[in-house]
Structures are given as C-alpha cells and as structure tokens.
Design a protein around this ligand. Structure first.
Ligand SMILES: C[S@@+](CC[C@H](N)C(=O)[O-])C[C@H]1O[C@@H](n2cnc3c(N)ncnc32)[C@H](O)[C@@H]1O
Ligand SMILES: Nc1nc2[nH]cc(C(=O)O)c2c(=O)[nH]1
Ligand code: SF4
Ligand SMILES: [Mg+2]
Length: 216
C-alpha cells in the first residue's frame, strides 16, 4: 500500500535573544514589552547598534511553538498573563523571514504583535502595530508605506531631515512621525532634532530611553 507520508517541517526562525523589558522607542515607549530579536539582516547600516544580529547562521533556530512557549513562560513569571501585552518582533531585519506563523501564534497566545522593521523585504505577518524605520542602504518595499502605523527615522546628520520628509509624504495620514538621534551622534544631532520638531510639530522625538535607563 502506498501511503503519502506527510513531511511537514516546522517553521523555525533564528533567535538571537528574547527579553521582557520596557519599549524604549517610538509610540509605545514606556510600555512593558516582550522582545523577540531574530537573526539576519541584509541592509548593513554602518551605525547599526546590533551588528551581531546580521549573520542569521550564528543564531539557533527555534520553532514558533518554542518561541511562544518561552514568551508565555517569561511573562507569566513576571506579569501573570499575555493578555494584550506587546510582543515586539525585531532583529536583525525580521521581514527577511516569513512571520505569518509566528504572529498568528503570538496573537493566539494573547499578545499584541508589533514589528520593528526597515521594510526592505516583503511584508508578512499579522500585525497590531508596524514601526517602519526606512534606511538609505536598502529602500523599503512600496507596499509597507500605507500600512505603517509609525514612521521612525534615525537622524545621523542634518541632511536626513529632508530625507525623512520624503517618507512622511508617502505614509498614511494617521501614521505617527518620529525622529530618533543616531546614538553615537546624539550630542550633535539631538539639538538639531529639537529645533526641527519645534518648527515642525507633526514630528515627535524618540530618544531610545532604554539606553538612558539601562534596560535591554
Ligand atoms: C536594530 S533595528 C532592528 C529592526 C530593523 N532592522 C530596523 O532597522 O528597523 C531597531 C531600531 O533601532 C534603530 N537603530 C539601530 N541602530 C541605531 C543607532 N545607532 N541609533 C539609533 N537608532 C538605531 C533602527 O532604526 C530601528 O528603528
Ligand atoms: N528597550 C528596548 N526598546 C527597543 N525598541 C526597539 C528596539 C530594537 O532594537 O528593535 C529596542 C531594544 O532593543 N530595547
Ligand atoms: S536594518 Fe536594522 S538591523 Fe539591519 S543594519 Fe539597519 S538598523 Fe541594523
Ligand atoms: Mg535596539
């Protein structure tokens, strides 16, 4: 008798680290959030603050079931339930992976799903919140612009304001607008950002608060 043997391979994703902390950036800054940092990035920002994430092959693969079980275990230990607690999927560039299964499983477990992305790979996943941080080194795919909930542009020098406006013109009218100083250039660019926001109050400051309060 010929039988079809189902060889369903579980989806696995390279996980660099996962941690429960305070969201330090953007619209949800200050809220408790469980971060899942996936390995792999093909964008190559020279000022990236997590370059160890770039090579996916050095980060061990985990099934979505394992990732979600670990998330539930961690938040249950500290909080008691996942009900609408934010799970932030970041990286690396998380959209290098198909995130449909992970986000469905996170939502089924009760989490809200938020993503931090450069938008440079095709959009996948089911998201409660999309934070788009476009990069000059690999442009976002056009389909992510109208669905971004938040546009967060890293400012490295004075020319980046004009570049930020080009993206602000392409996102939806409800998309929140943030300027974030490149961490090592903060002394120079933070005063420029403050002046810019005072003159253009549709923009807000995102200051990477986690780096000031020393949480992951
Ligand atoms: C490490 S990235 C990972 C997610 C995705 N690859 C991206 O770039 O959006 C997370 C956030 O940190 C920002 N970021 C990375 N390096 C930074 C730096 N040196 N200073 C300020 N923000 C930085 C990115 O722009 C992004 O908004
Ligand atoms: N606390 C905290 N907030 C963050 N917001 C975005 C982060 C990221 O690296 O994606 C990040 C991070 O690494 N830590
Ligand atoms: S896209 Fe994100 S993870 Fe990739 S190099 Fe740029 S900041 Fe780093
Ligand atoms: Mg970070």
């Amino acid at each position: 008798m010929n039988e079809l043997v189902e060889t369903a391979t579980a989806v696995t994703l390279p996980v660099m680290e996962a941690f429960y902390t305070i969201q330090g950036e953007g619209f949800h800054q200050g809220k408790a959030a469980y971060f899942i940092r996936l390995g792999g990035c093909d964008v190559g920002c020279f000022w990236c603050d997590v370059k160890d994430s770039w090579d996916a092959s050095i980060h061990p693969p985990f099934s979505t079931q394992q990732i979600v079980a670990t998330a539930l275990q961690e938040v249950n230990r500290t909080h008691g339930q996942a009900n609408h607690l934010i799970a932030v999927v970041t990286g690396g560039e998380p959209l290098m992976h198909n995130l449909d299964e992970l986000t469905l499983a996170l939502q089924a477990a009760g989490f809200d799903t938020n993503i931090e992305t450069s938008g440079s790979s095709p959009l996948s996943g089911h998201w409660n919140w999309i934070c788009l941080s476009p990069k000059k080194f690999k442009a976002p795919v056009p389909e992510i612009l109208p669905v971004a909930n938040e546009l967060k542009v890293v400012i490295f020098n004075k020319h980046d304001f004009e570049w930020a406006e080009q993206y602000a013109a392409q996102v939806s009218s409800t998309c929140k607008l943030y300027l974030q100083p490149e961490w090592d250039k903060s002394a120079v660019v933070l005063p420029l950002i403050i002046d810019y926001i005072k003159a253009n109050p549709q923009w807000q400051l995102s200051a990477q608060v986690h780096k000031y309060i020393n949480v992951p």
